[in-house]
Ligand binder design. Structure first.
Ligand code: PMP
Length: 353
């Protein structure tokens, strides 16, 4: 092996859900929102001046950052924005997890966490979820280099109460606790009220799910000013211009139309609840979801067979291989029409076996 080959950073990358290019598919595999972004986003899009593409965007993304600070009632300097929450999470790992002690996150959670830990050479340990797929706060009360909790968790869809989250933050005041709230708008409990109380808390959110803007790549972190400043320093040591001017403008506009936003969330939640009971009637065990997806297994048919058969019918859901979850499907909530077609397909598959 040549020495340059030995010097290549070897990592096993995260594998995102498929983005099939064929037409006429029902795409329930990457937790996107089935409804369009808010009307204000269309207005911004119409006013885009292509000549402006010749210029660099505002490196501080000031317009978006100020809007987010106002929206969440925070002070100036408490928000960091990035190219989707993946970018923000990655920056947070790089900024805060530099000790020799292992960081902690659950054995079943967002599968990007171990990938960032590996690429940045951060040691980690994964306390197992309990038999009902719940996070046990007591598992996070040992020495560590930091903690990451997705709340609600993915792919389980289960939400954790504020008291339990506080228990974890309180027990870990010497390290940073990241709470990844990618799905919280769909019925989870946010840790935001704890920001005033704990300076070791960083809450991370995304526009990809509840704001129907996965394609624009907008994510953000909220925390005390020192944490945000530290993340800015790292970001500015890597790439000054992470957000395009269009994503800055669109992200700011999306916060304007609160009624539209809330209506959209309620539609997804109503469809989720209907779909959960329809699946239960069909012999599925469905976890209690606080997200825009369901995590479900059938009493007799294997997860892999259901996944493959649905795919043959051009319905894409997500299936993970891990031992504890291989019988489950993760099903993104689509429109009512899409979910009806999904349920019909499930009926056909079960009948045909
Ligand atoms: N956190 C969790 C728990 C997720 O499921 C996802 C979506 N894959 C993300 C973060 C990242 O989302 P995005 O980069 O689109 O903001």
């Amino acid at each position: 092996m040549k020495s340059w080959e030995q010097n290549i950073r070897k990592v096993e990358p995260y594998v995102p859900g498929e983005q099939p290019q064929e037409q006429n598919i029902i795409k329930l595999n990457t937790n996107e929102n089935p409804y369009p972004p808010s009307p204000g986003v269309y207005e911004v899009q119409k006013s885009i001046d292509v000549n402006r593409f010749a210029l660099y965007p505002d490196p501080s993304a000031g317009k978006l950052v100020r809007k987010l600070e106002q929206y969440y009632g925070l002070e100036e300097g408490q928000v960091f924005v990035g190219v989707g929450s993946d970018d923000v999470l990655s920056m947070a790992f790089l900024t805060f997890f530099n000790s020799d002690k292992p960081i902690l996150f659950p054995d079943i959670t967002y599968s990007f966490y171990p990938v960032w830990a590996d690429v940045y050479r951060i040691p980690y340990e994964c306390p197992p979820l309990d038999e009902n797929f719940h996070i046990r706060p007591e598992d996070y009360k040992r020495e560590n280099g930091g903690v990451v909790i997705a709340n609600p968790n993915a792919p389980t869809s289960i939400g954790m109460g504020l008291q339990e989250i506080e228990e974890i933050i309180k027990a870990n005041q010497d390290v940073i606790v990241i709470v990844d709230e990618a799905y919280v708008d769909f019925g989870g409990e946010t840790a935001l009220p704890l920001l005033e109380k704990y300076e070791n808390l960083l809450v991370i959110r995304t526009y990809s799910k509840s704001r129907s803007l996965a394609g624009m790549r907008i994510g953000f972190a909220m925390g005390n000013k020192r944490l945000i400043r530290a993340m800015m320093d790292v970001k500015e040591s890597i790439n000054s211009y992470t957000m395009t001017q269009e994503s800055i403008e669109i992200g700011a506009a999306s916060l304007e139309d609160e009624d539209y936003f809330q209506e959209n969330l309620q539609k997804v939640i109503a469809t989720r609840q209907r779909c959960k009971s329809e699946l239960e009637k069909r012999g599925f065990f469905v976890l209690d979801s606080r997200t825009n997806f369901l995590f479900a297994r059938h009493e007799t048919v294997s997860g892999e067979i259901l996944f493959e058969e649905l795919r043959k019918k051009k319905i894409y859901v997500r299936h993970f291989g891990g031992e504890r979850i291989k019988e489950y499907l993760r099903i993104t909530i689509g429109t009512d029409e899409q979910m009806n077609q999904f349920l019909c397909a499930i009926d056909e598959i079960i009948e045909s076996l």
